[in-house]
Each structure stands twice: as C-alpha cells, then as structure tokens.
Design a binder for this molecule. Sequence first.
Ligand SMILES: NC(=O)c1ccc[n+]([C@@H]2O[C@H](COP(=O)([O-])OP(=O)(O)OC[C@H]3O[C@@H](n4cnc5c(N)ncnc54)[C@H](OP(=O)(O)O)[C@@H]3O)[C@@H](O)[C@H]2O)c1
Length: 276
Amino acid sequence: MNNLRIAILGSGSMGTAILDGLIAKGTPADHIAVSTKSAAAGNALNNRLGVHAYSQELDSDANILAVDQADVVLVAVKPAYVLEVLGEVATSLKPGALVISVAAGITTQAMEQTLPAATAVIRAMPNTPAIVGRAMTGISAGSRAEAGHLELATQLFAAVGKTMILDEPRIDALSTISGSGPAYVFFLIEQFTKAAEHQGFTPAEATELVNETFRGAIDLLLASHKSPSELRRQVTSPNGTTMQAIARMEQAQFDQVFAEATDAALRRAREIAAGK
Ligand SMILES: NC(=O)c1ccc[n+]([C@@H]2O[C@H](COP(=O)([O-])OP(=O)(O)OC[C@H]3O[C@@H](n4cnc5c(N)ncnc54)[C@H](OP(=O)(O)O)[C@@H]3O)[C@@H](O)[C@H]2O)c1
C-alpha cells in the first residue's frame, strides 16, 4: 500500500480525513496527489502535509494532473460533481488504476459508464469519525472489481478505521446506520445534555457529565464483550431509579422511532440515487 501512488480528487472534510490517515499510517506524502477547487485549500494541504496539490482555480487540468501515474484514484468531491470529474480524468488514468468513490448515491454502474471499459470501480461509504481515525466504512465492488481491488480498498480505508465489505444494494442501508449514525449519537448527546441542565447542572458540568458517560459506556461495552441489554440490566436494579427512567423511555417507543428514522433516511438515499 505504501508503495502505491494515490490521487485524491476533492480534498474537503472527507478527502482530508483519509489523506491524514494515509500519511499517519506511513504512505509517503510525495506518493499522494490531491486536487481542490480553490488555490487556498490546495496550498494549505501542500504546506501542511507536503503532498502534491493541484487546484482548479490555478489550473483547469488540476484533476488530470493529480491522477497522473496514480494506482488508486479516490474521488471525494460532492456527489453532484463525481461523474463530471470522472469524465475529465477518464482518458488520463494509468492503465489498471482503481477508482474509488465515497460519494453518497452515485452507483458503480454510473461510474463504470463514465470510465474506460477496463477500469475497476469501488464505492465506499465512510463516516465523519474518519477525522479521528475511527471511521466505519462500507465497501462495495463494481462489476469489474476483483478480490485484489477490494483488498486494496480495505487497506486504504483501514487507515481511518474499520471496514465492512457488502453488496452494493445494501450500501444505502449502511449509510442510514453508520453513515448518518454519528448525527443520531450527537442528537442523543444534545438531548441528554439538556436533561442534565434541566436537573440543575451548569452547561459546562452537563457537557462533562454527559460526554464522559457516553465515552465510559462505549468503552465498557467494547471491553466487556457483553451485549448492551446485559450491561443495561446490570445498571438497572429492580424498583430502582434507573428502572423508572428506562420505563419512561420504553413508553416513548424508542425502538419504533429508530426503525422509522432509518426508513426515512433510506427513502431519501434512494431519491438521491434517482437524481431527486
Ligand atoms: N462528510 C461526510 O460525512 C461524508 C460521509 C460519507 C461520504 N461523504 C462523501 O464525501 C464527498 C465529499 O464530502 P465532503 O463533506 O468532504 O465535502 P467538502 O468538504 O465540501 O469537500 C469537497 C471537496 O471537493 C473539492 N472540489 C469541488 N469541486 C471540485 C472539482 N471540480 N475538482 C476537484 N475538487 C473539487 C472542494 O475544493 P475546495 O475546498 O477548494 O472548494 C473540496 O476540497 C461527498 O461525495 C460525500 O457524499 C461525506
């Protein structure tokens, strides 16, 4: 992996998170070329990390320059620009280069139609904890991708966290869980923090109590190898205080709310894929 040349087309929050992860895991900066729209963003990446950075503002061929000699081309522009960017670089790809997109809703079929017939394509769905090396990334092979391509994509995303290979029809479902999931967790933390303030804690105290409780609970869950239900029962003594709180939450039918929320996200993912 560290010997390969990698191009990252679009280096915003997701592209940069993956770039930082690759460098942290030992990919030499001079093996990586990135493209951005603005010159300022490109210069900042060049100054901070020493990668080859090309910006569309300074050179309309920025994407073509970035893919020159690249073994892996990671596309991390907004979904609306993915096919346009692939069209730009299609005839400049190194023979055998693997193209990976992280764009929501852009199918491997659409990418394959835009690229030369032999180009293998992979679609991936990381999430924002990639920024701290804790992503959960779903990876799906296009029709021309082989086991070696999936292995390469897995190694690349392992630089920012954990990976799961799945068939493409399931990637929209994955995006409603791990893709959008950090937002659900932040929403729960927001509500729980408001509850702490309601119980008389200052905003700073409430933040510390809630953040440490989430961190402690997830660390305990992962370290104990017990199920969340089992751990919950350990905190819930019969007729105690926690039992009262959980009973009220059960009344609110959280299970149904989560099922309906992820159904709504899935419907929207399918609309986006259909161009709506
Ligand atoms: N953020 C997430 O949570 C997340 C999760 C999973 C997947 N994704 C996917 O990741 C992709 C990028 O999302 P993001 O949140 O990282 O967006 P972002 O922060 O807006 O980054 C987009 C990047 O694309 C660059 N760009 C725009 N037009 C370009 C062009 N024609 N050629 C080259 N570069 C161009 C921008 O350059 P400037 O900075 O100079 O404008 C910027 O570096 C999306 O397709 C999204 O679906 C994001």
